[in-house]
Design a protein around this ligand. Structure first.
Ligand SMILES: *[C@@H]1O[C@H](CO)[C@@H](O)[C@H](O)[C@H]1NC(C)=O
Ligand SMILES: *[C@@H]1O[C@H](CO)[C@@H](O)[C@H](O)[C@H]1NC(C)=O
Ligand SMILES: *[C@@H]1O[C@H](CO)[C@@H](O)[C@H](O)[C@H]1NC(C)=O
Ligand SMILES: *[C@@H]1O[C@H](CO)[C@@H](O)[C@H](O)[C@H]1NC(C)=O
Ligand SMILES: *[C@@H]1O[C@H](CO)[C@@H](O)[C@H](O)[C@H]1NC(C)=O
Ligand SMILES: *[C@@H]1O[C@H](CO)[C@@H](O)[C@H](O)[C@H]1NC(C)=O
Ligand SMILES: *[C@@H]1O[C@H](CO)[C@@H](O)[C@H](O)[C@H]1NC(C)=O
Ligand SMILES: *[C@@H]1O[C@H](CO)[C@@H](O)[C@H](O)[C@H]1NC(C)=O
Ligand SMILES: *[C@@H]1O[C@H](CO)[C@@H](O)[C@H](O)[C@H]1NC(C)=O
Ligand SMILES: *[C@@H]1O[C@H](CO)[C@@H](O)[C@H](O)[C@H]1NC(C)=O
Ligand SMILES: *[C@@H]1O[C@H](CO)[C@@H](O)[C@H](O)[C@H]1NC(C)=O
Ligand SMILES: *[C@@H]1O[C@H](CO)[C@@H](O)[C@H](O)[C@H]1NC(C)=O
Length: 709
């Protein structure tokens, strides 16, 4: 299993002279802008923290968010409720083959809505330029007052440079993010600094859980009385000033250092502060750190930009890399390469944090307050394994250990299953699920940890890896085995009811035996068996009994069905052809599982392509369909899906939401990188170079990548 990885790394190092010129290829796609975008910022960040910038490299004209994986707040509790009520919440009980199981939905309001909306992620503030007249009055400058605008993000160093002219005078702003702390460095150069006509403001918004699909911005700038800020100008360490921002019970500290400055509360807004450089020189550099407590010191601006350039260079040079552009004659290669490079940048900024990310990463709260989505974690983050970014993946994959106790409690205490851990779909930082019908009844997130574990073992085939994941593997598989219900009529183990299949479009209280979930259960119970065999331990007999006894995939007239009790003509029923086409994943997203008939699955895949309402699909659907095409050898179709008109990446590489969801929608980027890895490096059992790409017109090179399962 692991030999191919070692072999490919070896081949890469011995052929170093033929190595891809990564720096040159990356530079080709450095995003540039000459105006702010109405929908997406340029970003600097480190995976746990990201700073969204407008055309000035700051938030001068547009309040793009500063978000983190630690900045959370609870709204005040509904009148008369206490935190204890959160833990006392009871939802609805559904019949589960003669046993009532409690699910968290249809519970008492307003407590239920509070539990959905909280904790919510806070926008930590805004930093922008202030323009003063010669007489010292604040000028109302708008973006249209700037000329000769040019902004470029240097992907190789993570440094964003913005140049523009205001009233005849040039201004340059350079912005970068530290990589080990949540700080930015800002260097401003302009002769307006010498005349005291240029400075900086910091401002702080109110945040709450009332907004849904609140893209593109986060927070309210006009609810001044709901929150407080206090300024401390007593310098300590390298910190020149500190602002304490309190919203209900959450407090965030903003610490500012760098060149000497004076700071005062502004008259323009209640929580806005103006910073004036103390010396009249042509440059002003400062750093700003956000955190839950006051740090001892802040990094200097130059230390931050060094941290940025070193970490980014290290990222680009030591991880996997795919070059589809050099030497390709297919005109689509340039755009595909652009998407790969920009997705690699944005995933490192938005999706390399300590928790599974949410759909809009650290750009905004576009998915309401939807927090760590463990369901989508496969699409957000599994690609890190194939591109060999284990350090980044491990930050969040430890969530399976951290949430194990609450997932065991969900399965056994709340829902009364005899054994195992049931992974929630959508959890807060403590592992508590948000109430919701879909959240509670989806099951396809359950096998994900077995896939994460399996990929880790392929890269690190050691006893330490086996032990590290052992409890997660055992509890995950235990629940999968216990959830499968023995149907005495058929002699098979059924999945559901109740459940929601991947597409979330079925009637949960009838549906049973969805094809994708049956195949995923069979595949990953096999992974769990092998895990214990490698450890030399006894495989629980129920895992094997259930895996071997699971219902056959439901089939009708030569093709598989979405689930067993669906009508045979579901292919033309709008109810079933408008959402995630996971039915094409039986041999694509998933490798062929035991008992899968390859002819039937191929016909099924082709029928999905022809029957599904593709004009209503979005995000990861397209890479998922590309994988289904690559696996059955239709490489041209795979590329058509990856470059489908409804699957777009904007000028800075942000994954456009498309027909159904807000922008950005990062599962699209993660799935793109997963599909590219598979198509370029191959999958178990594939042969030849870049087996997912057409032979004609494409010259594809992969370095330091791993095969997909
Ligand atoms: C800004 O860039 C766009 C796209 O590259 C270009 O069409 C436009 O002319 C530019 N505008 C200015 C003012 O430079
Ligand atoms: C919000 O409330 C929950 C209880 O539901 C608590 O566990 C959590 O620590 C609180 N978070 C914040 C940021 O106050
Ligand atoms: C805020 O803290 C107070 C005092 O500890 C507590 O009673 C209240 O429940 C907390 N509110 C929230 C929303 O966590
Ligand atoms: C929550 O449940 C506990 C234990 O059942 C009970 O003692 C307590 O009164 C309940 N609290 C509320 C606010 O209902
Ligand atoms: C623009 O610059 C000129 C001098 O070059 C100055 O007289 C004028 O006040 C400036 N305008 C503003 C809005 O600062
Ligand atoms: C600033 O100018 C813009 C456009 O001219 C205007 O819409 C806005 O209201 C002004 N803001 C203030 C605070 O005067
Ligand atoms: C905050 O301000 C917005 C916009 O003015 C308003 O709709 C909202 O109700 C305010 N929120 C609270 C909690 O007062
Ligand atoms: C058992 O399987 C049969 C045949 O598929 C089905 O009709 C029946 O509904 C299943 N029983 C239950 C309780 O789900
Ligand atoms: C299915 O659930 C819906 C909504 O809760 C309910 O109205 C319906 O009666 C249920 N049907 C069955 C067969 O249990
Ligand atoms: C194994 O399955 C049987 C039958 O479903 C059940 O009674 C038993 O409790 C299960 N054992 C374990 C350890 O899950
Ligand atoms: C069965 O499939 C064939 C070929 O795909 C098709 O022509 C035929 O109409 C289908 N029959 C039914 C009853 O759907
Ligand atoms: C297909 O999707 C479009 C939206 O993109 C929708 O308007 C149309 O009704 C859908 N067609 C069917 C047959 O469901």
């Amino acid at each position: 299993m692991w030999a191919p990885l070692v072999a490919s790394l070896y081949a890469w190092s011995v052929c170093a002279s033929d190595a891809i010129d990564r720096q040159a290829l990356i530079a080709r796609y450095n995003p540039t802008r000459n105006a702010s975008s109405a929908t997406t910022p340029m970003q600097v960040g480190n995976g746990n923290f990201a700073f969204g910038a407008d055309i000035t490299g700051l938030q001068t004209f547009q309040p793009w968010a500063i978000l983190s994986t630690w900045g959370w707040k609870n709204d005040s509790l509904p009148e008369g409720e206490t935190i204890q009520d959160v833990y006392n919440y009871t939802g609805i009980s559904l019949d589960n083959h003669g046993r009532l199981v409690e699910y968290m939905f249809d519970g008492p309001e307003p407590m239920q809505q509070w539990m959905i909306s909280n904790p919510n992620r806070a926008n930590l503030g805004a930093v922008g330029l202030v323009f003063w007249s010669e007489q010292g009055t604040v000028l109302n400058v708008t973006e249209s007052d700037l000329t000769s605008v040019k902004q470029v993000l240097d992907l190789w160093t993570g440094i964003l440079t913005s140049n523009f002219v205001f009233n005849g005078t040039g201004i340059q702003v350079q912005t970068s993010s530290a990589q080990t702390v949540d700080s930015i460095s800002v260097s401003v150069s302009s002769s307006l600094l010498e005349t005291g006509q240029l400075g900086v403001f910091v401002d702080f918004p109110w945040n709450d859980g009332s907004l849904k699909f609140s893209d593109p911005f986060v927070g309210f700038w006009d609810n001044a009385s709901l929150h407080t800020t206090t300024l401390d100008t007593t310098p300590h360490g390298t910190i020149g000033a500190e602002i304490t921002h309190t919203l209900v019970n959450s407090t965030f500290i903003t610490s500012i250092g760098g060149d000497p400055f004076t700071i005062t509360r502004d008259s323009l807004a209640a929580h806005r502060y103006s910073i004036r450089p103390s010396t009249k020189s042509g440059t002003f550099s400062f750093s700003t750190t956000w955190g839950l407590a006051s740090p001892e010191s802040v990094l200097s601006p130059s230390a931050i930009s060094l941290s940025s350039s070193q970490t980014w260079e290290d990222y680009w040079t030591t991880s996997g890399f795919v070059d589809v552009f050099t030497g390709s004659t297919d005109p689509r290669a340039d755009e595909l390469q652009r998407r790969i490079i920009l997705s690699r940048y944005l995933m490192r900024v938005n999706e390399a944090g300590d928790y599974p990310p949410q759909e809009s990463g650290l750009v905004n709260n576009g998915w309401s307050v939807l927090r760590r989505t463990v369901r989508m974690y496969f699409w957000h983050c599994q690609h890190w394994a194939l591109w060999n970014n284990w350090d980044l993946l491990w930050r969040s994959s430890s969530v399976y250990d951290r949430f194990l106790a609450t997932s065991i409690a969900r399965a056994q205490v709340q829902q009364g299953w005899p054994t195992g851990a049931r992974w929630g779909k959508m959890s807060d930082p403590s592992g508590r699920s948000a109430p919701g019908q879909i959240n509670e009844l989806l099951i396809w997130q359950q096998p994900h940890p077995l896939v994460f574990a399996n990929y880790e073992y392929r890269a690190f085939p050691t006893t330490a890896t086996l032990r590290k994941w052992e409890q997660v593997v055992r509890n995950t598989a235990d629940w999968m085995a216990t959830f499968a219900w023995f149907n005495e009529t058929t002699g098979f183990y059924d999945l559901g009811p109740p459940l929601y299949q991947v597409a979330e479009d079925n009637i949960f209280n009838n549906t049973y035996n969805p094809s994708f979930e049956l195949a995923y259960w069979r595949l990953t119970l096999g992974f769990a068996e092998t895990w214990l065999e490698r450890l030399g331990e006894t495989v629980p007999s129920n895992w094997t009994i259930v895996k071997n006894g699971l219902a056959k995939l439901p089939v009708n007239n030569g093709t598989y069905k979405v689930f067993e009790d669906v009508e045979d003509n579901f292919w033309t029923d709008p109810m079933y052809i408008n959402d995630h086409p996971a039915l094409a994943g039986l041999h694509g997203w998933l490798p062929p599982t035991e008992g899968l008939d390859l002819e039937t699955s191929m016909l099924t895949t082709e029928k999905v392509w022809a029957s599904w309402n593709v004009s209503n699909l979005w995000g990861w659907d397209f890479p998922q369909l590309a994988m289904s095409a690559a696996r059955i050898g239709n490489q041209e179709q795979a590329l058509e899906f990856l470059l489908h008109p409804l699957f777009q990446f904007d000028d800075v590489g942000m994954p456009v939401g498309g027909v159904r969801v807000p922008t950005p929608y990062f599962p699209g980027s993660g799935a793109l990188l997963y599909a590219i890895a598979m198509m370029a490096e191959g999958w178990d059992g594939s042969s030849g170079n870049a087996p997912g790409f057409p032979a004609e017109g494409w010259n594809v090179r992969a370095e330091g990548m791993s095969k997909a399962m």
